[in-house]
Design a protein around this ligand. Structure first.
Ligand code: SAH
Ligand code: DHB
Ligand code: MG
Length: 234
């Protein structure tokens, strides 16, 4: 009995992997620029924690659907998600990405150049919570992608709301966490607590229309997406 159960679970995991591979191959194949960003990240010893190709394509679709001209990313790593996003920009559009680690920022700049998006992107080095207050004059951003240190997610949401307009899209990565998120008050792990608080604040904010979607490479983590509602519907 135990063996049968195990086989079933293995089959389910395999089915999910096959689904992921098929969808990736057809809808989100990586080109030379994206593959180079992954190789450069590996060569520089960065952790392999970038979003999946499906998540990258999804971000790109959201940016295109929202006709994004100005995109803000919090947490660049090696530029993988940034390349997907930058490619959704129409001529004259800009992606600004914030990164605390100068070594990561250097990899990002090289990866952006190799992917042909250096002209429309800018990497700013520093602690996101120090940089965000300096961005008021560059706002509103049409899309904000939050993917840096998790304990600051609730604060990043506050900044995202200040730096956007009705119709802007706010996306955060790693907000499902294998189903471990419950009421933030019941959690003690600082990451789980903060991310659960992020989801609660997004879901309960009358200015936002939102959903969490499991869509990472094994469907155990994913994005919370939100759109800022028009003023008259607040
Ligand atoms: N968005 C990237 C992955 C980001 S990983 C991708 O999918 O390709 C998280 C990144 O956030 C790391 O590079 C880390 O150095 C950076 N980071 C962590 N804390 C930060 C902070 N306080 N301010 C800015 N960046 C931070
Ligand atoms: C980690 C961070 C991420 O943004 C992610 O997508 C996966 C893992 C981490 O810090 O371990
Ligand atoms: Mg992430």
């Amino acid at each position: 009995m135990a063996d049968e159960t195990l086989t079933t679970l293995q089959q389910q995991v395999q089915t999910r992997q096959t689904m992921e591979q098929n969808i990736t191959q057809l809808f989100a194949p990586e080109d030379e620029g994206l593959r180079n960003a992954l190789a450069a990240a590996k060569a520089a010893g960065l952790p392999p924690i970038q979003i999946s190709p499906i998540q990258g394509k999804f971000l790109q679709l959201l940016a295109t659907m929202g006709n994004a001209q100005k995109i803000l990313e919090i947490g660049s790593l090696a530029g993988y998600s940034g390349i997907w996003l930058a490619r959704a920009l129409s001529p004259g559009g800009r992606l600004l990405t914030l990164e605390i680690d100068p070594k990561h920022a250097e990899v990002v700049r090289n990866s952006f150049a190799a992917a042909g998006v250096a002209d429309r992107t800018e990497v700013r080095v520093g602690k996101a919570l120090d940089l965000l207050p300096t961005l008021q004059s560059e706002a509103p951003f049409d899309l904000v992608f939050i993917d840096a240190d998790k304990p600051a997610y609730p604060q990043y949401l506050e900044w995202a709301l200040r730096l956007t307009r009705p119709g802007s899209i706010i996306v955060a990565d790693n907000t499902i966490r294998g189903g471990r998120l419950r009421e933030p008050e019941q959690l003690t792990d600082p990451i789980e607590k903060a991310v659960a608080q992020y989801n609660k604040n997004v879901a309960h904010n009358p200015r936002l229309q939102s959903l969490a979607l499991a869509m990472d490479d094994d469907f155990t983590d994913g994005f919370t997406i939100a759109i800022v509602r028009p003023e008259e519907r607040q």
